[in-house]
Design a protein around this ligand. Sequence first.
Ligand code: 5AD
Ligand code: SF4
Length: 444
Amino acid sequence: MNQSRPPKTPTTFHVKSFGCQMNVYDGERMAEMLGAQGMTAAAEGLDADIVVLNTCHIREKAVDKVYSDIGRLRREDGSRPMIAVAGCVAQAEGAEIARRAPTVDIVVGPQAYHRLPDLIGKAVRGEAALDTDMPAASKFGALPGRGKQSRPTAFLTIQEGCDKFCTYCVVPYTRGAEISRPFAAIVDEAKALVDGGVREITLLGQNVNAWSEEAVGFDGLIRALADLPGIDRIRYTTSHPNDMTDGLIAAHAEVDKLMPFLHLPVQSGSNPILKAMNRSHTTESYLAILDKVRAVRPDIALSGDFIVGFPGETDADFEATLALVEQVGYAQCYSFKYSPRPGTPAADMDRQIAPEVMDERLARLQAAINRHQVAFNQAMVGQSTSILLERPGRHPGQIVGKTPWMQSVHVLAEGAAIGDMIDVDIVSAGPNSLAGQLVRRKAA
Ligand code: 5AD
Ligand code: SF4
């Protein structure tokens, strides 16, 4: 470590997060923590004294991105910022990172980032600064509280880790065993976010619907948060089919503030592949859950994750995945080519799939997903809906809001401000967003 070490104690920082929303949340918490230490945020990495790369290990491409970013952190005069690698690459590769990228000063895992200030001190003193512990005591208690927020929407991590051990996935190794944050801490953080101007909270966890505390299940937590004044919308992601309890499904019917959107990854439409993935559900049990949710909340928008080219995936297996997509009619989906991850069982399986076969399957799957996404958006044209205004649009006076079903709506909303909930008529729809016309302002 510490090749061409930048000597000074940093006063400015830049945090860049890769990968999932939980990383975005961790990145925000790290930024808030460095801010609480008296540092200020720099817009660009090269303008900062310390750059924190909050990394993702889920697929090989994500890892490659980090190393190319590290390589680019060099200024014209030959100097560079202090570099901290955080997140799942830090956890998975540890000291190996410094061998592959000698300019890295700090390596800090996702369960240890509350110790970043200490690690910065070590790096300044020229000491090894590596912390990939997974302490039993939660890091959350050691972080500063949430203050004023820049957006009306916020993430709140309530659960971390995974005990499911899907055979392709690194998460159980990088994020550790499933843990639920305490109910009281979550409610306190939600209140602080509302005080900081937030109206919509997205509850996060690798298996968010596995959250529980003694007698309280995930749906109980949602109901308690919905009772907090100031919260208008609640979302959650990512769920596992095995943890879709009847209580959670009922909450979709009974809790108005719980948005009608469900991201429920299935990964494949073929039972033999699901078995080889150790998914512990079948296509039939998955579809039965969707039927139950749709029965109580017919307008629910569905989303999923798919992996193509898992070892042993035949043409027939892949056709079964396409058939599932047709049957469900997802509002949106994420789809990926299988990426063998070191240390996972699937990486050593026979019958790995050729890259060109994966490319072809991914293209066909994405075409099917896009067709459904367009149809889902088109079906909104002519309807009115409420949207939460989240950010400025590209054109003057334009604001972008979200429908309850997660679609972005561009609207000219004179007199309205970011953070307002307004009613719009949807006038047109594209694959990725809708255009709306202001109906009237809702009383806040
Ligand atoms: N290769 C490709 N995709 C993966 N995912 C997880 N591990 C892998 C892998 N090794 C996908 C799954 C998961 C999403 C977050 O990433 O679809 O739901
Ligand atoms: Fe990975 Fe499976 Fe756990 Fe999701 S449920 S984080 S895919 S092991």
